[in-house]
Design a protein around this ligand. Structure first.
Ligand code: THU
Length: 134
């Protein structure tokens, strides 16, 4: 599937504007696109009990699940106005792996330091993740 990475990143930027991040002041937005072509946004949601914070990526994936999405993840764009190359945390990498088309094919889309789009594979940022045997 031909994916418009610029559009996906713009959707992540839009989602970052909804962020609830009064403790870190570090808004994050994500937009995940599935094999179905459907897209789902998410933003980070913080809590006074800091450890309960939900990252933008897991919020986007949860959004897909509750809307009934059953196909696999093609790509996810992540954006923070506070930091270029806003890479997913370890927990979110494990979540992405759960629903990824494959480690090699599933792409992570970021805005790079030069404002260009950076495309990484899930395999590059999360090799040897945990999975149950098929
Ligand atoms: N955050 C995300 O939403 N995604 C990531 O992958 C990295 C971190 C959020 C969590 C917290 O609200 C803020 O960024 C600072 O850590």
């Amino acid at each position: 599937m031909a994916i418009d990475y610029t559009e996906l990143l713009n959707d992540a930027k839009e989602a970052s504007k909804k962020s609830y991040s009064p403790y870190s002041n570090f808004p994050v937005g994500a937009c995940v696109i599935y094999e179905s072509g459907n897209k789902y946004q998410g933003c980070n949601v913080e809590n006074a009990s800091y450890g309960l914070t939900l990252c933008a990526e897991r919020n986007a994936i949860s959004n897909a699940i509750i809307k009934g999405e059953t196909s696999k993840i093609e790509a996810i764009a992540i954006y923070s106005p506070r930091q270029k190359r806003c890479l997913p945390c370890g927990a979110c990498r494990q979540w992405l792996s759960e629903f990824a088309k494959s480690e090699e094919e599933t792409k992570i889309i970021l805005e790079d330091v030069n404002n260009k789009i950076l495309v990484l594979s899930l395999e590059e940022i999360f090799p040897h993740g945990f999975k149950f045997d098929e």
